[in-house]
Design a protein around this ligand. Structure first.
Ligand code: SAH
Length: 349
């Protein structure tokens, strides 16, 4: 038998004006929509029953017409270093992971932008999961809201930073990432500061140009890992269609428009990018626009394959870059024991 019930819509897909129209069509006041909007975003309500300043009749009306496709934190794992990894269940049953990283002066949320990833970087566990779909703006927003709540309830401290360094490539889900960031920074949403947000990309040149044109105000990080085309192509297939020269042009454009530094993420592996020639190439690339370098510790993802270079090689990189005025930090990984560190997000549990 066919159901006569109309399909319910995801209420957070409606703009405020559309929600106002819904209420006025029902003979109610447009202000009702403002109240609902506040519950949906600022208070991150997971059900209509939480909206206690609405009458029961209004809540029922909403229930009959809409769903709230809120994420659910399915499991939460805690590392010995305090890092928390959330396995987040989406309304269609798919899972992504997000991470809360506590440090002395900050608490950072690391969020996913896609289910799986299409980029196939050889060293990354997420690349082993094929890309299934983009996350919606509210699924991205919900990850941040959930971590903000954990930060406040578990650590008694505010969430300070957000990095788009979880699963997926944010610039291949650009419009939803931008819509999520709008809500995250809006006073009607989480009210976070743009300068506390970093979007990390494998380096898709045309999207970096688009971001510059759009005048975005968040920070940009590029997962570089090699500044020689042959080496980069051997570990990051994206480099074939998107070589370093194109990336360099896009970054120049980015700097010209935004006047903001870029951060390069870089892992040094034995036998891959551990020669002085590789370090020199990175230095040259760093001079294209003002930049800094994060030398990230490698987090092994399976047997063999990649191996982190020795400390001596890291120092060789560090010395060369610092001597030439490029701020360089060695980033220790966090949450390794629970597979929550960079490149380890793969829905293992
Ligand atoms: N797709 C985006 C967002 C992912 S960020 C991007 O590529 O930037 C995740 C970061 O962790 C990237 O810099 C990625 O290159 C790095 N990474 C991936 N696998 C890693 C591993 N096994 N160890 C350390 N870093 C890794």
């Amino acid at each position: 038998m066919l159901s006569s019930e109309p399909a319910k819509r995801d209420i957070r897909k409606l703009k405020l004006d559309e929600l106002k129209k819904f209420f006025t069509d029902q003979g109610d006041k447009p202000f009702r929509a403002v109240q609902v909007d506040e519950w949906l975003w600022k208070k991150s309500a997971k059900s209509f029953d939480q909206m206690t300043n609405l009458s029961v009749a209004t809540r029922d009306l909403l229930k009959q017409n809409f769903n709230i496709n809120h994420i659910q934190v399915d499991t939460m794992q805690r590392s010995t270093d305090g890092t928390i990894k959330n396995a987040v269940k989406l309304h269609d049953g798919l899972i992504v992971e997000s991470v809360l990283i506590p440090a002395e002066k900050r608490i950072t949320a690391c969020v996913s932008s896609q289910v799986g990833c299409s980029l196939a970087c050889a060293f990354c566990a997420t690349a082993r999961l094929k890309r299934q779909r983009n996350l919606s703006a509210d699924e991205i927003y919900d990850q941040v809201a959930a971590i903000k709540e954990q930060s406040e309830t578990i650590f008694n401290r505010p969430l300070t930073n957000i990095v788009f360094m979880g699963m997926g490539e944010p610039l291949l889900n650009y419009s939803n990432v931008i819509a999520a960031i709008d809500k995250i920074t809006s006073p009607k949403g989480l009210g976070m500061a743009m300068k506390r947000i970093t979007v990390s990309t494998v380096g898709i040149a045309k999207m970096i140009i688009k971001m510059a044109d759009d005048g975005v105000k968040f920070n940009l990080a590029v997962s570089l890992h090699a500044a020689l085309d042959d080496t980069r192509s051997s570990i990051m297939p994206i480099n074939d269609s998107n070589p370093l020269a194109d990336l360099a042009e896009a970054l120049k454009y980015w700097y010209q428009k935004t006047k903001r530094k870029v951060t390069y993420e870089y892992v040094v592996w034995q036998g891959v990018n551990d020669t002085p020639e590789h370090a020199q190439a990175l230095l040259k690339f760093c001079k294209i626009i003002p930049s800094k370098v994060n030398l990230i510790e490698y987090n092994p993802i399976d047997e063999g394959g990649f191996k982190q270079a020795s400390d001596a090689v890291l120092m060789m990189y560090m010395d060369l870059l610092e001597k030439n005025g490029i701020t360089t930090r060695i980033r220790k990984s966090r949450g390794k024991d629970i597979d929550a560190a960079c490149g380890q997000l793969a829905n293992k549990s």
